[in-house]
Design a protein around this ligand. Structure first.
Ligand code: 7PM
Length: 382
């Protein structure tokens, strides 16, 4: 603690980290992103020039007096962050104007890689019929969104020529245009976004948060579609070389906050923005763990959160499993941990297994609420 509340530097902002968000907290706990999770304790970290300069942990009952003691400009920022942290996330209107994404329960986004290296033949060609069958299987298994990508953005990947990316994904998106669930297009290229939206895609997923292609902000603004803004450090080819942060949670928070403002300035409605810390994109194991443990702080950005942990390398590192396809159990453990931080959308390879894990997780929550109601109904206060 280098500063007391009264002498915080000018321009101080705050990262507000709810400690131990839970579902069975007593009245007086504060809702996280509209609930059903809530938190009874908060760590407030004062940020100046991108660095943490002061911190304080407090029970929710002390938050009002903490705010009151802050100098007025800092207080206004802290209040705005605290409001965003607690506010419900309204449904996101999809492109096409007919459907929305609602967040009453965690949604499952199924990954459909239409890239040659993702299929077992390892060849150069992509079979649209095969990709389509995989999409139908994910829908039958309970996917809420299908994320179609034609450019591998894996660490170390080479960029794909745009024309080839478009040719890979368009037949698949066209065939899914009338599917029961919306399609998102995973691309960094404005022309690919346009073509995919024309072909029936309902939203954009951009691992560069609309920074890679200078036209992409304008395309998303013109099409009025939702967009996932993901944090990444560096280009895919070199991003795992030596990722370094002074404070990864603060820096990811500040980056996503800046991208939200850039999108708003470009005319993209705030209600269409979804944010993602980009697990594995220019991050060490330690960075990934800090981000997953600190995920709840990102709700103060005021947007629904999407997280992709499925089969990622940090799971291999923790569980000592080299083969991505054998990382299902670890992926489910990480996915449920993210749900316990209030994440609204999970991006996964294994839809059926994730849906089953979520059903058991939700069943336990429902049971808890019924037990509480039963006790309240059967007893009198004492
Ligand atoms: C190899 C390694 C292949 C990693 C593919 C990947 C995300 C994403 C990806 C994510 C959002 C994967 C990644 N990851 N988009 N695209 N969030 N929004 O595991 O975490 O699919 S590519």
């Amino acid at each position: 603690m280098k500063h007391s509340a009264g002498d915080l530097p000018k321009g101080t902002d705050f990262v507000l980290l709810p400690l131990a968000p839970a579902r069975d907290l007593p009245a007086g706990a504060m809702p996280l992103a509209g609930g059903p999770l809530a938190f009874a304790h908060l760590r407030a970290i004062a940020i100046s020039e991108g660095r943490p300069v002061a911190s304080r942990e407090m029970p929710s009952s002390e938050i009002a007096s903490w705010l009151a003691a802050l100098p007025p400009p800092a207080r206004a920022r802290a209040e705005r962050r605290l409001d965003a942290l607690q506010a419900p996330r309204p449904p996101v209107p999809l492109a096409g104007g007919k459907r929305t994404l609602g967040f009453a329960r965690p949604l499952v986004m199924g990954i459909l890689n239409v890239t040659p290296d993702s299929f077992s033949d390892g060849g150069r060609f992509v079979d649209p019929a095969r990709a389509l069958a995989q999409a139908q299987a994910m829908i039958a298994a309970g996917a809420d969104i299908i994320d179609v990508g034609g450019e591998s953005t894996r660490p170390g990947a080479r960029p794909v020529w745009e024309e080839e990316e478009r040719e890979r994904i368009l037949p698949v998106i066209e065939a899914l245009a009338d599917a029961a669930v919306p399609v998102s297009v995973d691309t960094r290229h404005a022309r690919v976004m346009e073509a995919a939206l024309d072909a029936g895609a309902a939203m954009v997923n951009d691992v560069s948060a609309l920074t890679h292609d200078p036209d992409s902000l304008a395309v998303v603004a013109a099409r009025d579609c939702p967009v996932v803004l993901m944090h990444a450090r560096g280009e895919p080819q070199r991003m795992q070389d030596n990722p370094a942060y002074e404070d990864v949670l603060t820096e990811v928070f500040a980056y996503l906050d800046a991208r939200i403002r850039a999108c708003e300035a470009a005319g993209i409605a705030r209600e269409r923005l979804i944010v993602d810390p980009g697990i594995g994109f220019g991050k060490t194991l330690r960075h990934n763990l800090t981000l997953l443990n600190g995920l709840a702080a990102l709700h103060a950005l005021g947007a629904p959160l999407l997280v992709g942990v499925s089969r990622k390398r940090f799971i291999g590192a923790l569980a000592r499993e080299e083969v991505p396809a054998r990382r299902l159990a670890g992926s489910l453990a990480a996915a449920l941990a993210a749900v316990d931080k209030g994440v609204q959308i999970l991006r996964v390879h294994d839809v059926a297994e994730t849906v089953q894990a979520l059903a058991v997780h939700q069943g336990l929550i429902d049971g808890l609420l019924m037990d509480r109601a039963a006790v309240a109904a059967a007893t009198r206060p004492c």
